[in-house]
Design a protein around this ligand. Sequence first.
Ligand code: FE2
Length: 308
Amino acid sequence: MAITGVLRAAMMQLRVLDLETSVDFYTQVVGLFEVGRTSDGRVLLKAYDEFDHHSFVLRQAETAGMDFIGFKVASDDYLKYLADATKKFGLPVEEIPANSDQPGFGRRISTKVPTGHRVDFFADVEQSDPKPGIENPEIWTVEPRGIGVATFDHALLFGPSASETVRYFMEVCGMAAVEKGLLPDGNTLVTWLTCANRTHDVAVLEFDQPGKLHHVAYKLDNWNDIGHAADIMTMNEVTIDAGPMRHGVTRGQTIYFFDPSGNRIETYASGYSHYPDMPVRVWDFDHIGKGIFYYTRQLNDNFLKVVS
Ligand SMILES: [Fe+2]
């Protein structure tokens, strides 16, 4: 099946408390590259293995958290479909002109999903350096530094009416549920959703406060990269929340850690490939600890309570 609709989770604008401290953290420790700054002082960043202009935007603010998550779609025609289908679903749609608040980006449509998160979609993005080579390409064009994250991967969103946000992502955006975690009564607590072949592009968990970010994840290749990331975190006195470890859910290998503002970040590696013929994998409440933290088999308190 060709990927014809929403291609992938591709960017996030994140609020931070001290901009320059955060820029140092994300460039020197996480290993993103600064590609520009906006006239209102936001900093545009990307990972070394991405073509798109930027995948991460830092904005100084009084509180940490996410401004919005962005998904790249296959065509402008699909954006037109999404605008109509989002309105029919009953959600607001704002049209954002090309090259306005996100340099290098074509026009976007923006909505607010029932969990209270702003979600943007876009089809056209200019490329920027560094980016992968395309003619007899080497494995990178600039040597990864710090943790050396490769690409934007996914985010876990916390908010009320999670089932309605999941319904929007599935019925309107064409995403597929890959795995689910259940509450003791059998209702859904959390759903992991994919746009294409990844184990997940976004996950949504029922929570009493709207618009919360549990974590945003960048991709690493393998266990060795995760171990290297842990070394870099320790040498830079980064606060690690959990890991290095594996998830039962998606089988991904992971570390959760905090940026200087208290936003939770994840380095995520491996995980299986999803195809549309696969059934949804389900974790009942008694096993959800093992699903998230496969080795300790129990959740820590922070994990379900600390959000930004
Ligand atoms: Fe994650």
